[in-house]
Design a protein around this ligand. Sequence first.
Ligand code: AMP
Ligand code: TRP
Length: 344
Amino acid sequence: MNREKTKQKTRVFSGVQPSGDLHIGNYLGAIRRWAAEQYLKENYFCIVDMHAITVYQDPEVLRRKTRDVAALYVACGIDPAISTIFIQSHVPAHAECTWILNCVTPVGWLVRMTQYKVKSAVQESVSTGLLDYPVLQASDILLYDADEVPVGEDQKQHVELTRDIAQRFNRLYGETFVVPEPRLPASGARIRAFNDPTRKMSKSEAQVRGHAVRLVDPPDEIRMVIKRAVTDTGREIRFSDDPQKAGVNNLLEIYELLTAESRLDIEAHFAGKGYAELKEEVAEVIIEALRPIQERYQSLISDPAELDDILADGAARASAVAGPKVQEIKARVGFLQKKPCEGL
Ligand code: AMP
Ligand code: TRP
């Protein structure tokens, strides 16, 4: 772990699966923050296609969604000149590292993961990959010696497991990995579903009408979804932890995150107004926030060459870090180094 000598800036790693449609929960809980903080740090933002196939994906759809997520990263303000944007399967070190980390990870740690329990409960047949998913995630993070992992609340447990795996490896084989910190946002860590505010907004359900606002939804669709958002039978528009008020609180949090106004000002602004007005205003704020993102997304999707270049460059930059790191890991566990072969 010689990075201390060369490291200038805090390293950040995060990723999104190219399954389902990106929604404002992904934006507010994750991507927007990555973009806001990128200039102060050294960043790796991955499109985790290997994670996506832990449940079956139609190959054509997976290819399209992988490009979509990459385009949306850029459209949401991640600057490829500053941050490394890449596709996980383009950097083979992720798979190699996963095998080695599998061998220091007790199965008991994996069966205890909440996301595994939830996802496996609704499937007839559970793939080994679904169980192993957090070890692949640990590889993503540890290969880059990331200090910080900005994620929504649902991913905190996986980052904590990553810390346990790193510490165990370091104990067994000597100091190899940086032990990363999860970074959760104060607000927006858990944007709730509009059709059921007891649950989080989820990519896998983003196509269900009324569940989410997707980043690419047109204004009329956004107005319709917000208008139908589940609230409560009361009238009070205020921030609250009361589960009964989760729907209204969710709308207010979105408004807060997008306008950057204080909670006091927001409550004063809506005092005496009804839920219908709250919804209309929230919808307009979302539409305005998404407008520039959608314009940039459209231009990137209609000209594939620019995106291809960004991803090729990203894979090269990521490999330059992950490649040497996986060699270090292999040496640590006692793999014999291959003698360089003429011409190869
Ligand atoms: P996923 O959609 O599970 O691939 O998550 C991608 C990123 O978005 C992760 O950092 C998640 O924690 C975050 N995220 C996903 N859903 C939400 C949500 N409803 N609210 C806030 N953050 C979310
Ligand atoms: N499991 C994460 C999710 O579903 C995505 C992910 C994969 C990730 N590798 C990562 C997030 C590494 C942070 C760091 O949201």
